[in-house]
Design a protein around this ligand. Structure first.
Ligand SMILES: Cc1ncc(COP(=O)(O)O)c(C=O)c1O
Length: 521
């Protein structure tokens, strides 16, 4: 199969009447003149998508891109998957109402049935679902509101680095907030472990800290209404929680009658290599927040929770747009397709291979500080390649097997890599605490050949940033390739200047990448 899919033809009327006059440059110019300063992706990705299929997006200027942003992880089946289009057409052709508030419809019934079929059995057997306003953040609000109503408590515990959305309550629970009612506890991670140890020990210390704060009457953290956690922090820098730590969080919250809210907005529907990421640890949460992929590319969000928490009064969480029939049809088709075609397993398999190959990048380039992820949720952290001087205490700690001190994050390098990826026809996202993590969120339908092309383009992009005569901060050699064992640094530098024989090729597969910026003729 070709690396890029041919996107379906736009309707002739659209092609003649709109595409030609709406030239790429003009559209971008008008966007920056008319839209708010808060616009996000449009700043780093100055493209004008007009057609898309699977992994491929085609711009108004004819450029084609492999899309590893996937609507911020929304497009489990990629763009315009035939089963999604068919489901949408079926509703349109049936004459069914498109807007029904929260009334019962056959389309909604089919969606709920399929959703419950995929949920962990111990959870689905006693679950209730609330359809929310169509974004993840509204479902987070609903979950927090529900936990407060059910427990009569107000506080919430969330984790450093978390991202739960942009409305007031969700933002308050996110890592960047200056919070009011939210206590934030450490989320374990290996590369930047807050305790400097990483691994199982770091996770154990994080769990103990949580336990101790909840039990200490003078900790300043009263028993909360709920604990909200992402099984893999996405926006926080693609940091998977250890399964043991998730089980500890489950035990700690159960023992104290605190509802455990798992935010699966980004991790759900096969993304991490299990249909729902909670399945990795085997825990049964009290509340699950779901959005993004459950709408099959259209807006849909729900909160699902154990039925004994259902203390809400009618209209406790209302909203006009909670009955999007097209999204429910597209979502049901997507959930069924992922389940029937075992795409979660495929994500686990392919994700492990991509991670292994990307670790070759870290071995070659000191500016690649860490490669991590789970399934097809992958992050590559760019760091300043200059080793900061180590204190005596840190050196001793590292000698005892500690995690050592990670190098400082390098957001400028990450931006440069993202830009070079785009030049090569690859769309990637940046994330992480310092926006220094290049993120890959390809659709679960990505082929092996396409995955190789993604890896090649990313590798090329890193190599080209590294090879700049003067790097972003004017330090050629510092960004340069790492000397291989037995090779002098001087020789590594020379190879860097005269050209790399394996420039950009990640070990283990042959280059399948076309030259930068494929144009559609
Ligand atoms: C884990 C998580 N929760 C909540 C949200 C918010 O979803 P939305 O942007 O649809 O409001 C996001 C968005 O990226 C997310 O990743």
């Amino acid at each position: 199969m070709a690396v890029t899919e041919s996107a379906p033809d736009v309707a002739p009327a659209m092609r003649e009447a709109e595409v030609a006059p709406l030239a790429h440059e003009g559209i971008l110019r008008r966007q920056s003149a008319r839209e708010s300063a808060a616009r996000t992706y449009a700043r780093a990705l100055p493209i004008v998508p007009v057609r898309a299929r699977g992994l491929t997006i085609e711009g108004a200027d004819g450029s084609r891109y492999l899309d590893c942003l996937s609507g911020a992880g929304t497009l489990a089946l990629g763009h315009n998957h035939p089963v999604v289009l068919e489901a949408i057409r079926k509703v349109l052709d049936s004459g069914a109402p498109l807007h029904v508030l929260d009334l019962a419809t056959p389309v909604k019934d089919a969606f709920t049935t399929e959703l419950f079929r995929t949920l962990p059995p111990g959870f689905a057997d006693h679950a209730r679902v609330q359809f929310c306003g169509p974004t993840g953040t509204d479902a987070v609000e609903a979950a927090l509101k529900l936990a407060r109503a059910a427990t009569g408590r107000t506080g919430v515990v969330a984790f450093s680095g978390a991202y739960h959305g942009m409305t007031a309550g969700a933002l308050e629970a996110s890592g960047g907030a200056s919070d009011v009612r939210v206590a934030r506890l450490p989320y374990p991670q290996d590369y930047r472990c807050p305790f400097g140890v990483g691994g199982d020990r770091g996770a154990e210390l994080a769990a103990r800290w949580t336990e101790s704060l909840l039990d200490d009457p003078k900790s300043g953290v009263p028993t909360p209404a709920g604990v909200i956690v992402e099984p893999v922090q996405g926006e926080g820098g693609v940091i998977p929680a250890r399964d043991d730590w998730m089980r500890r969080m489950r035990d700690i919250t159960s023992a104290r009658s605190i509802p455990l809210i798992v935010d699966e907005v980004q991790t759900g529907v096969g993304r991490t290599g299990a249909f729902w990421a909670v399945e990795h640890s085997g825990i049964t949460p009290d509340v699950m927040v779901l959005s993004k992929a459950i709408g099959g590319s259209l807006p849909l969000a729900v909160v699902v929770y154990r039925d004994d928490l259902d203390v809400w009064e009618p209209s406790a969480h209302a909203g006009t747009f909670r009955g999007n029939q097209l999204a429910m049809a597209a979502g049901a088709a997507t959930l069924a397709y992922v389940r029937e075609n075992r795409l979660a397993e495929r994500a686990a398999h392919l994700g492990a291979r991509m991670l292994a190959q990307l670790r070759g990048l870290a071995a070659d380039f000191p500016c690649v500080g860490d490669v991590r992820g789970r399934g097809l949720m992958i992050g590559v952290e760019l760091v300043d390649p200059v080793e900061p001087p180590e204190s005596a205490a840190e050196a001793a700690e590292a000698a005892e097997g500690g995690a050592g001190r990670p190098r400082p994050a390098a957001p400028d390098l990450a931006v440069a890599v993202q830009r070079e990826c785009l030049r090569r026809g690859l769309i990637v996202e940046l994330g992480g605490r310092h926006s220094s993590v290049v993120r890959l969120l390809p659709p679960l339908t990505i082929t092996d050949e396409q995955a190789n092309a993604v890896l090649d383009r990313l590798s090329d992009a890193v190599a080209s940033v590294v090879a700049r005569p003067t790097g972003p901060r004017g330090r050629e050699v510092e960004h340069g390739r790492r000397a291989r064992p037995g090779e002098s640094v001087r020789r590594a530098e020379r190879t860097e200047r005269i050209g790399r024989p394996e420039h950009g090729a990640i070990a283990g597969h042959r280059r399948a990448t076309p030259p930068p910026r494929q144009r559609h003729s």
